[in-house]
Write a protein that binds this ligand. Sequence first.
Ligand code: HEC
Length: 409
Amino acid sequence: MLSRIKGFVYLLLMVPCFMVLGGLTDTMAEGDPDYDPPLAPLGPVPVPPDNPITPAKVELGKLLYFDPKLTGDASLARVDCHDPKQGWAFADPICRGYPGTVHWRNCQTTINVGYYGKLFWQGNSKSLERQAKSAAQGAVAGNGEVDVMVERLRQTPMYMKLFKEAFGVELPTVPLAYAAIATFERAVLSQTDTPLDRYLKGDKNALSDKAKKGLELFTGKANCIECHNGPMLTDEKYYNLGVPRAVEWLDTGLNQITFRYELYAKGSHEVMYREFKDDPGLYYTTKRKEDMGKFRTPSLRYIKYTAPYMHAGQFFTLEEVIDFYNEGGGENEFTEKIGNKTPILKPLNLTDEEKEALVAFLEELSGEEIRIGEVKVPPYEVFPDISGLTQAKAKRTGLEEYLSQWGLE
Ligand code: HEC
């Protein structure tokens, strides 16, 4: 109740602010359901106060991003699903999974992930530190077991040294490894100097003429700005656009296994387990019927390098994406059964020239491709005795670190 009153007071205060800033007049078209923050250059990446960026942590995080030690069988690293050569994503429609499985959704790029408030297509992870845990331990992702993963780090002398430098600890722990990976992602995988950023900062020649026409359509006739807005080009809200069914789920046994497994592992009831053919998305988090098939609006930055597109890679090119929106979105199991397709999407009647302009604009949202040189991961060595360290103490150090990381001490 208190939070409701607070929310109301906040609204009362904020609405006049927007009006003073002229936001309402610039960006709210007639019949527009909410305020759309204008596109803006990307500022510095937000950093959580309990995990500041330091050079030692960035260096450690970089090695861990490329090192398969943080998975079940030490065969997969972050880089295997978020590969610099594949737009820091994975070029198949559905991402690879832990050996013997496939994932059930498309791999998103790790470029600019530090700016998201909600991670994953379902928006169900609220920080990069927590996301790193899901990647390392999730059944069809890393499938890692904490005690095994930590032992691997402790039998790698380079990590003993780097964890001490980065965190001042005698022994590596898995939560600290996640903190380091998150730091690497924030510090190195942000791109703030794209043609769009330069244009919005005042360089009127930074965008090509075609892309400028595309920008006009994006914020006007094509109404993309309704959901893809602000510096990251996302409102981080959830919609069912009627993205069509992923063919892999119907055709491929391994995909079926993961899809069915996720249905029961995430608490869906028997009928859904047996009958569903589309991904219920946000429903997994809220268990509200009206949320079936909704996904969090993704950023459109770096998109030039990250085909295929949508939550199960349903479209291979940006042209196909534009055709989809031009037709006013599509249909899937949930738009048909529940009728929850967003009313925002309407046929756009774009000409071929306008479609091309939109694609040009989407491409100029991305700067140069980001690559970093080859990273050599540190080898194991049997670590010599640490004086005074017993098994019980090693375990306890790990546990204390673990609990404090989640505020559970
Ligand atoms: C009603 C909100 C909304 C509107 C309007 C909208 N989008 Fe989207 N967009 C989304 C959501 C949600 C997704 C993810 C959908 C999914 O995978 O099911 C998405 C996905 C995309 C993707 C794929 C991104 C990726 O990483 O795979 C592109 C490209 C895109 N939109 C471009 C556009 C363009 C261009 C327009 C205007 C013509 C537009 N969108 C209008 C909400 C919207």
